[in-house]
Design a protein around this ligand. Structure first.
Ligand code: GLP
Length: 243
């Protein structure tokens, strides 16, 4: 809790608006800034707000670069459940960001090591992530960094836990269609971001949120490492706020 700023909003819509304020502030100061993006349902109100704010002339994405946290292994970019497709549908197709300025780990990568290294290299060439958006999984995962005995450093392949597969099955026809593996930025990649905004909503996230920011820093709760990041803004709704 050393450096975490906490904002408690009334509901998910307000969480989206407050998170959009952070994006607006960072990108107005740095129009070619690098943003780290996340999937999941929690960021959707934020993405709707960002689209609206560009239409209103409050944000300009034309010079912005974006790097996504993660992608399912084995899914093509145009697969309906791929995270690339999710990002196109929910944000990227509706703002002025240039397609060549957006990256998502390649689900179909044959040489996984080379793809992961190239991903890190691209972020570094852009000068690092200025603002990283995070949601949180029920087991405390960020990106797809699952509970482990250590904090993984860089972009890598992970095996998903049963809890995560179960939580994400709602997007697939059946649980058997949910990929068992994924590629994700590492905890090191995430911690290298200059600023982090985490959005959390709903009473089902209350317990993991308590463990994350009010418990010990422990790789079994990957998000707890955020207590050591110098600039984290946590925006949660009243239902998720644990105190
Ligand atoms: C997935 C993503 C995470 C996201 C999590 C929570 O596992 N890889 O980045 O934070 O889902 O999603 P939701 O916001 O839908 O609860």
């Amino acid at each position: 809790m050393l450096h975490t700023r906490i904002i408690v909003a009334k509901n998910p819509e307000e969480v989206g608006k407050l998170a959009a304020d952070v994006f607006e502030d960072v990108l107005n100061r740095k129009p070619a800034g690098v943003i780290g993006l996340a999937t999941g349902s929690t960021p959707l109100p934020l993405y709707r707000e960002l689209i609206k704010r560009e239409q209103e002339g409050k944000i300009d994405f034309s010079k912005v670069r974006s790097a996504n946290l993660d992608e399912y292994k084995g899914l093509a970019p145009d697969h309906p459940q791929s995270y690339r497709k999710f990002m196109q549908d929910n944000l990227l197709d509706h703002i002025s960001i240039k397609p060549e300025n957006t990256i998502v780990p390649l689900g179909l990568a044959e040489d996984v090591q080379a793809m992961c290294e190239a991903y890190e290299a691209q972020i570094e060439e852009w000068g690092g992530v200025d603002l990283q958006l995070l949601g949180i999984g029920h087991d405390g995962h960020i990106g797809f960094n699952e509970p482990d005995t250590y904090f993984p450093g860089m972009t890598h392949e992970v095996q998903l836990t049963e809890m995560t597969i179960d939580a994400n099955k709602r997007f697939f026809d059946s649980i058997d269609d949910v990929p068992r593996a994924a590629f994700t930025m590492g905890i090191g990649t995430i911690m290298a971001a200059k600023k982090i905004v985490m959005v959390v909503t709903g009473s089902d996230k209350k317990e993991i949120l308590r463990k994350t920011f009010w418990g010990p820093v422990d790789p079994q709760v990957p998000a707890s490492i955020l207590q050591f990041h110098p600039d984290v803004v946590l925006i949660c709704d009243e239902a998720a706020y644990p105190l």
